[in-house]
Design a binder for this molecule. Sequence first.
Ligand code: HMG
Length: 375
Amino acid sequence: MTIGIDLLSFSTSRYFFSLKSLANYRNVEYAKYYSGIGQMKMSVFPPNEDIVTLAIAASKRILTKVDDISSIDMLIFATESSFDLSKSAGIYVHHFLDLKPDCRVFDVKQACYSLTAAIQLAKNYVSAYPESKVLIIGSDIVKYSEESSGEPTQGGAAVAAIISKNPRLMSLEPYSSVYTRDIMDFWRPIYKNDALFDGKLSAQNYLESLKITFEKYLQKSGLKKEDVNYFCFHCPFCKMVKKAARLLSINNVDDTIIYNSIIGNSCSASLYISLISLLDNCPSDLTGKRVGMFSYGSGSVAEFFSGRIAENYRNVLFTEKHQNQLSSRSEISFKEYEAFRMDLPVNCCYENAGHVFLKTIEDDKRIYEILKNQL
Ligand code: HMG
């Protein structure tokens, strides 16, 4: 029996802010953002979108290809953008997806690494209960303070995946190596909206963690570097992926960063958006290919693991939906960008009726609603 990713999709905002405009307002050469950092656009979020609404949108899409949703008996929500220290964000998602009541729901956190932790937990769960499916979600909205060096790397998205036996997309291999190190490279105290970071230290620790985990992965698996056909790296910004590829002396990463370069950093979701980008955009047939996955979460925990792409994987991709969502986003002005950052009320529209949005916050309770008619 193989276990792995059966279905995988992402959802992001209906709005983007162009880094050309940001460069203009920040008096920075656009070349620094475009080639120095590798980013072109960032997804930005109006006040009625949050990690829950993004998660519901991504999950609803994959559920269209699940025959029996009553087989989902666990939902793991990975995030570092939580708005509640007690209630799990996953419970709102459970409600709007109409999952059965005897489905275990909880959140996990460890910076950008958390969705990988969720996948490994889910994999072990399915190996114990092979008839079960686990819905895992990584959803994050990344904000840095204005004019900080992190500002051009902001972004956000949710990824949803089903982990099951005999997966239609990618089976997970038993090899993996983990490296944990206590370091202050990126953190967000609970009283702050914007993340704090030491940019240079974070990049250095990312690369050291990659070197350590990859060497250990090869040692444990007995594989050679050439046995790994494709690589996906956690993508806080695309230049970081290029640096990771340079460190391992590999060069075929361009297909993995197409989506991240116009979404920005989506933390827990980012590595899996790289995988989706590869699957959607690589013209070669990936059947049977081994994909090496490097997950990094500041603070820090890193893991290198791998999977093999299933036969007929193209039948379960959502390529057109991803491409349409990204190409139909509306560009916002600098003034709107500032309003979005401060969560000021704005006129927003959604593509589809059926979209779940945050209607209001009353007595500190978040109230979500399904959009009845297209606006
Ligand atoms: P900075 O101070 O703007 O960087 O911060 P810089 O001045 O070193 O410039 C960046 C690059 O642009 C350099 O190239 C420059 O040469 C180039 P490099 O040396 O890197 O190859 N450059 C230009 N290129 C063309 N034309 C120009 C030009 N000017 C300069 N005119 C930094 C950059 C990434 C450090 C900053 O954005 C930052 O601190 N970001 C936030 C932290 C981060 O993303 N760290 C990544 C690793 S940690 C991680 O991945 C975890 C994370 O996702 C969080 C989590 O786990 O939850 C962040």
